[in-house]
Design a protein around this ligand. Sequence first.
Ligand code: GLC
Length: 577
Amino acid sequence: MKKSKLVFCILLLVIFEANMGCKAKPDTSVNASVDRKWWKEAVVYQIYPRSFKDSDGDGIGDLKGIISKLDYIKSLGINVVWLNPIYSSPNDDNGYDVSDYRNIMKDFGTMADFDLLLKGLHERGIKLVMDLVVNHSSDEHAWFKQSKSSRNSPYRDYYHWWNAERVKPAPRYSLFDVNHDAWKYDSLTNAYYLHYFSRKQPDLNWENPKLRQEVYDIMKFWAAKGIDGFRLDAFQFAAKDTSFPVFPKGYENDFVKYYAMGPHLHDYLKEMYQQVFSKYDVMSVAEGAGNSFQDAHDLVDAERNELNMAYAFEGVDIAKVNGYSLLHFKEVFSRWDSAFAEKGWLSVFLANHDQARLVSRFGNDSAAYREVSSKMLSTFLMTMRGTPYYYNGDELGMTNAGFTNISEYRDMPTLNEYQHQKNIGGDMQQFMKRIQFECRDNGRTPFQWNNTANAGFTTGTPWININPNYTSINEASQENDPNSVLLYFRNIVKLRSQHLELVYGKYQLLDKDNPKIYAYTRELNGSKILVLLNFTSSLEKPNIPVDISKAKLLIDNYGSSPNDGKLRPYEAVVYQL
Ligand code: GLC
């Protein structure tokens, strides 16, 4: 080596070492202590397109309707939208029965509308996550039409068929069927097909590599359009033991244990990762997280190269018609947090399109406490570790409609269950009481934009009745009210976006045995935030080892800080310690 080259190399080495020396000093920046990702720092706003905004007067929300509200969506401060399915569908299950994965449902508009929507979101710095419904398709999908036409069809193995001349298949429970029977006999080929959901939602056969490739191609089609993520509907059920073994008696009461995380599910996810997720900057979240923390971790631990985020139901399932216990609530959320403290990432949510309304289930929707308890619940969701998922309309504190007549319900599984209960002589009064509280139609009544006819949702006849309280609970009136649930929501979202402690910070439960108050801290790199939430309608005093008098108040859902250390009904306070 020439002398000049050698000198140059030594010089480089010296500079390199000097730099390394600099790096070797402890780095206390956030970037050094956590694995930052855009999808961890996101707040996801879920839009149920059918009920958001109708642009053409047919009574059904549509893409142009969403486009007309883009500035409103932006104003919330959220940065990801999750859209429930918008693909072609005969609508047995409101779009969760897809008949063409590369087209838009007629009720919702056209692909040109979709392209405009995606552009409009991106122009506003908002990403789009699409629902991917591939545990099953519609029975009106071309694949199924082919599949059922003949035992020799090249599409036969896209679905699960059981020839009727064999012994009867082992029973499988259907979540949506009127008889709860997941095997439907089809006389054309003298065989049964499998449907975990409704008869019009035959399960796809993930064991068939051709089917899997079709799905990856569909995903690439949407990813190439520029979407930013996928929510994998019911995917924990996709893999099956196709010998269909007999399950123990009563398995249907715990069907997730038998249906979820079937053989090869992880192989399929790894394949999906290789073919799709690794090639695009998209986030991925599966609905459901198996039966244990181990299952949940196996889905999302980063080094496994499967999915990004777990979406577990234990929290959202706590609220029941007879109420729930805060101690239970705290225990569940603390347990999940601690299981994911070191590895993996969680979604945090208390509502979605499969649930009744947030404030009616977890808060108090009476006139006196609806607003304050809605704000308190938003505070909870925006101050936990994990990515918050927030369902449209909850930012107004929309409530359950609680329809009393079955004719007002639209949800297919609810109508099937009503028939089922009648068939078996069930207690119909009890059934009606239950659905008034928990039917998912409660969360699907149209968005309440203003106090004009049909809440400003449509000029036509809405596909489902509007909650009559739209005259007082609506977006327009809340825009003008400085104390509204909506304005508070914007503020609490902003607070989260300004404090990485709330995204990544260590969570510590305080006052563990207090059945009325949920208190915790979130701490990152020495900066600590305290959250105090009163889950009751009484005045309560937290028992916490913290001197609040010197703390800085970041937000209070009453607008001002409590000065006697007590929390007013449903009060939520956040301090910087
Ligand atoms: C998921 C969806 C739900 C749908 C079901 C069948 O659970 O969230 O809305 O009915 O899958 O696709």
